[in-house]
Design a protein around this ligand. Structure first.
Ligand code: ZN
Length: 545
């Protein structure tokens, strides 16, 4: 029998039928949206009134997050901002490095095993003045057990002396761009980029398996999705070894699993040829709730970590240019092969020099292997200028911008990293729309908290925590922002034919809201209360998840 849901308002994101009062569902798919009379024609039905006072939108689509967020919650939260865990509990932010050390000391005292590691996450030393966090700071929490704290950007790991010893890094004269040395000639304890982080990560709970995601992360992450109205989320940089894939297929197939995960295989540890073969194999293994087959390439690092590649004149505070995480030659090679084989690639490029490299590689690859609908997507792409957006349009690239940065690091971008002018053009959502580049926006959770409506609020208002509007001309309308977190993000994942709008034939995936995002107004968008989701016709309330 069909189910017809009645709602206070249904915002469909279907341009031909933008609003409705009812939506009819058969099994896991939508029969249609319209009036009760129109939908009754589909045959026998029962009316479901549980959302009669709610607003229904298409299930929100997070186009760039990491399932790993689910697992991080078993480690010590060391972030500057308050943050809500999968149970709905709020962890207070830490205002100083002293407070971080205190929280680590508390953890140390709670632990029985003296040699067990303390792992933490979301450290953000940029808030704690000019001094970087060093091994000496972390040694104050413990000098006997290994400690490793992942930065909020995910691109830097801070470790204590014990961890350096265990990793065979506690020696003088190391010559590696990702391992800065102190005045004493020993590593400072800051490890930048995947090479350096992996060596020490195994001793502090950030091993390969962890970064691939385990069963707990799959489950906890999905609970976060329900709380935020998300029904499809991209897991943007997974190594996807066979055992992880098997587990992810099994868990996501459970009848009670409330999310669809699109997991991208990170380009690492494989040659370009092997990578393409693996992507094709993964595509074949996909199920409805676990989609695979897209490749993630990481071109550079993060702007706030000063590891992004910037064009002249570089960082505002004079910091040295960042790092190539994948060599330009390898990026060219994998683009060539991917276009030839019909495999989609999403590329992390933060700095404008990295964006230019991606554009150049793409242009050359397309000359060799023209592809009418490749949907290669620029991820972050935070510093792109208008000329670069024009090239994206010409080359058929999509862009997934990161407006949460304005709230989390806007003041630092203005004062330290890129300076006033470029801080205002960062995450140029209005330019992307004006130039016709398909646009999504994202949280990069765990880098910033999962929550597309919060991300939409950031894109609409571009406020820093101090209340400064950073780039007023790049603000977008609420209607545009709501499109980017539904059909816009779905397009970048090649899922816009299945999800992202409420229309006949699509998956019955809904975000169920207690407030109307259009009525509440742009300045309050982040405060829209979320009841839960409907996923493939199954109902999940955030309160019971
Ligand atoms: Zn990411």
């Amino acid at each position: 029998m069909n189910t017809i849901y009645v709602a206070r308002r249904i915002l469909t994101m279907n341009p031909a039928n933008p609003e409705a009062s009812h939506v009819a569902v058969r099994g896991n798919r939508i029969l249609g949206a319209g009036t009760l009379e129109e939908l009754a024609g589909w045959g026998e039905y029962r009316i479901d009134e549980q959302f009669a006072d709610k607003v229904i939108m298409p299930g929100l689509v997070e186009g760039h997050s990491h399932v790993m967020e689910g697992a991080l919650w078993r480690y010590v939260y060391c972030g500057y901002f308050d943050r809500v865990d999968p149970d709905g509990k709020t962890w207070p932010g830490l205002a100083s490095l002293e407070e971080v050390i205190e929280r680590l000391c508390e953890k140390d005292q709670q632990m029985d095993d003296d040699s067990a590691a303390i792992s933490g996450w979301s450290l953000d030393p940029i808030y704690y003045g000019d001094a970087r966090c060093s091994r000496f700071d972390l040694d104050r929490a413990s000098s006997t057990r290994p400690i490793g704290i992942l930065h909020a950007s995910g691109h830097i790991l801070n470790v204590n002396t014990k961890t350096l010893e265990l990793s065979n890094l506690m020696r003088r004269g190391i010559n590696h761009p990702g391992i800065p040395l102190g005045e004493d000639g020993f590593p400072t304890g800051e490890l930048k980029g995947p090479d350096a982080m992996t060596v020490a990560g195994v001793h502090v709970g950030f091993d390969r398996e962890f970064l691939s995601c385990d069963e707990t992360s799959m489950r906890e992450f999905a609970r976060l999705c329900v709380r935020k109205g998300v029904t499809t989320a991209a897991d943007l940089a997974n190594l996807l070894p066979d055992d992880a894939v098997e587990m992810m297929v099994r868990v996501s197939n459970e009848e009670s699993y409330p999310a669809r995960i699109v997991s991208l295989r990170r380009f690492q540890n494989l040659s370009p040829q092997e990578m393409i073969a693996r992507a094709l194999e993964l595509r074949e293994t996909s199920t409805d709730r676990l989609r695979m087959g897209i490749i993630k390439v990481i071109a550079d690092g993060s702007i706030q970590g000063f590891s992004a590649r910037l064009h002249w004149p570089g960082y505002y505070n004079g910091a040295e240019n960042g790092l190539w995480y994948t060599s330009p030659e390898q990026i060219q090679e994998i683009y060539d092969l991917a276009l030839e084989s019909g495999v989609q690639i999403h590329t992390h490029n933060n700095g404008d020099e990295a964006t230019e490299l991606v554009l150049d590689c793409m242009e050359r690859a397309l000359q060799k292997h023209p592809q009418p609908d490749h949907r290669f997507t620029m991820q972050h792409c935070q510093l792109a200028n208008v000329a670069q957006f024009r090239r994206m349009k010409k080359l058929g690239l999509c862009v997934n911008l990161f407006p949460n940065h304005h709230y989390y690091w806007g003041e630092q971008h203005y004062a330290k990293t890129v300076g006033p002018e470029r801080a205002q053009r960062m995450n140029a959502c209005a330019t992307a729309l004006r130039e016709g580049v398909p646009l999504a926006i994202h949280s990069d959770a765990p880098v910033t908290p999962l929550g597309p409506l919060f991300t939409a609020w950031c894109a609409v208002n571009r406020l820093t925590p101090n209340g400064r509007v950073l780039g007023e001309h790049e603000r977008i309308s609420v209607a545009d922002a709501l499109r980017t977190i539904t059909i816009g993000a779905a397009y970048t994942l090649k899922l816009d034919g299945e999800v992202g709008s409420i229309e006949t034939g699509k998956k019955a995936d809904f975000a169920v809201l207690k407030d109307d995002p259009l009525e509440i107004g742009g300045e309050n968008l982040k405060d829209v209360r979320i009841w839960g989701v409907v996923h493939g016709g199954r109902v999940f309330a955030a309160s019971d998840i």
